[in-house]
Design a protein around this ligand. Structure first.
Ligand code: NDP
Length: 482
């Protein structure tokens, strides 16, 4: 059976404990590889390698750092099909999505920050004849990156690319649930000639490996994407140590549909924003609010389209639109929320249960795309993050009402608005409590824009200059000139 290895000091190595965790293919429920069960000893080794590499890497001209990163992006592109298949087997998402979404985006992340760093500049603030200030932005040192299982390589590269582009050395932990593509990336980093110690990837369990990173006094910043509860635990430990923190956490995003929207466009996008990647995207619009005059029309058309188009099955089959749920634990969690919705008085309009495909995937974890109506906006189903193929639909009568319901959760990551009324679109965009507002679209991403949430959806922003600022320390130098 294939053994995944840690990537420390430029080499692929076993965990200190020599222990491994089963890595399961969610489409079959069967163990197909082994993931290192690393611990604080491996984090220490990774930290030492990163610390030793820092002086050399931080003093390497941006152009040279950029070149080696571009080589990594090139090699990833050359191996796109291999990575796409590995991601699908590890995570359960359909192969076409890995080929056209996940892996191309990972390549773009590396390319984007490799080129951005060549244009990154700091500011000067002249004070007339008296003085001049200039600001330097230097890398922090050794930084930690922790990423989740839903978009494994996509979110992993979204963190490590700005960190190393700006001259830091990294200790990174992918989710133990989906470690494979980060492992394959470490092979590519070696081939591309990334100097040893610049990036160290330590695989293993969050409470062991992630927490060893969080408590490590030498790791000066943590960029984390994952659940709100884990984010709070990281903040509790890291804040008194005055570490820089970027926390991208959970969401329960509203999708607000007004009667004056372009119905057909909205319908197609709403199917996507509800169920792409089995609904396992922090940006999915899981609470759909529909203006009453088109509520019945929407309900009928939406349910028909979901039933007709979202074929559930083998993620490797090109016909599949909805793949496997990432793990048994998550599968059980999503099903328990469907049960809760029923107890809370919800009516299941479609889906509502697990399904067992025939053949290769007969023992995998699959759930039908599920649409529920008839729930109060403030019930648990509508307030807690489910993070699966489950959405609720709710009618509304006024802008004030939908805004109140949209803003009623503890989360504030993304939101979607469908209206052809420009004035209303801008008015509501200003009032929605979320870090991201999509108007008449969803998941349209420009990597230069700030990305992140408010309230329990996190602290800080990723993307563009925001990420490069996070991974650098500003120092102001003031010189009196008269
Ligand atoms: P978790 O919070 O469970 O895990 C995220 C990462 O943190 C994993 O690598 C995990 O390791 C690790 N971890 C777990 N416990 C600790 C700890 N005590 N200290 C340090 N690290 C730890 O999230 P999931 O992997 O379940 O991902 C789903 C969540 O991620 C959802 O809530 C989703 O909304 C959120 N998310 C947010 C995004 C955003 O941009 N805001 C984007 C994508 C997802 P292990 O896997 O071993 O437990």
């Amino acid at each position: 059976m294939q053994k995944i290895l840690n990537y420390i000091n430029g080499a692929l190595v076993e965990p200190a404990s020599k222990q491994y965790i089963d890595n399961v293919d969610p489409s079959t429920g069967k163990v197909y590889s082994l993931c290192p069960d690393s611990d604080a000893q491996d984090i220490e080794a990774a930290y030492k390698a990163a610390e030793a590499a820092f002086e050399g890497w931080s003093n390497t001209p941006a152009e040279k750092r950029s070149k080696v990163m571009l080589r990594i992006a090139e090699l990833l592109e050359k191996n796109l099909d291999k990575f796409a298949e590995a991601e699908t087997i590890d995570q359960g998402k359909p192969l076409w999505l890995s080929q056209n979404g996940e892996i191309p985006r990972a390549i773009s992340n590396i390319h984007f920050f490799a080129t951005a760093i060549e244009h990154y500049a700091s500011e000067a603030h002249p004070m007339g004849e008296h003085a001049i200030n200039y600001t330097t932005r230097t890398p922090i040192g050794v930084v930690g990156c922790i990423s989740p299982w839903n978009l494994p390589l996509y979110l992993f590269t979204w963190k490590i690319a700005p960190a190393i582009a700006s001259g830091n050395c990294v200790v990174a932990k992918p989710s133990e649930v989906t470690p494979m593509t980060a492992y394959l990336l470490s092979e590519i980093c070696i081939e591309a000639g990334l100097p040893k110690g610049v990036l160290n990837i330590v695989h293993g369990l969050g409470p062991k490996v992630g927490s060893a990173m969080t408590v490590h006094p030498g790791i000066k910043a943590i960029s984390f994407t994952g659940g709100t509860r884990t984010g709070a635990e990281i903040a509790r430990v890291a804040a008194p140590m005055f570490k820089k923190l970027s926390l991208e956490l959970g969401g329960k995003n509203p999708n607000m549909i007004f009667a004056d929207c372009d119905f057909d466009k909205m319908l197609t996008e709403t199917v996507r924003s509800s169920f792409l990647n089995q609904g396992e995207i922090c940006l999915c619009g899981s609470r759909i609010f529909v203006e009453r005059p088109i509520y019945e029309k929407f309900k009928k058309a939406f349910v028909e389209k979901v039933k007709a188009e979202l074929v559930v099955g083998d993620p490797l089959d090109p016909k599949t639109k909805t793949g496997a749920i990432v793990s048994q634990m998550h599968f059980d969690k999503v099903l328990s929320y469907i049960e809760l919705a029923k107890q809370e008085g919800g009516t299941i309009l479609c889906g509502g249960k697990s399904i067992q495909p025939t053949g290769r995937c007969a023992t995998g974890w699959f759930i039908e795309p599920t649409v529920i109506e008839g729930l109060a906006y403030d019930c648990r189903t509508n307030q807690e993050e489910i993070f699966g193929p489950v959405v609720t639909i709710t009618p509304f009568d006024t802008e004030e009402e939908v805004l109140m319901m949209a803003n009623s959760t503890e989360y504030g990551l993304a939101s979607v608005l469908w209206t052809e009324n420009l004035t209303r679109a801008h008015r509501l965009a200003g009032k929605i409590k979320a870090g991201i507002v999509w108007i008449n679209c969803w998941l349209l991403r420009d990597l230069r824009t700030p990305f992140g949430g408010v309230k329990s959806s996190g602290v800080g922003r990723e993307g563009g200059w925001e990420a490069l600022r996070f991974f650098t320390e500003a120092k102001n130098v003031c010189i009196k000139i008269s």
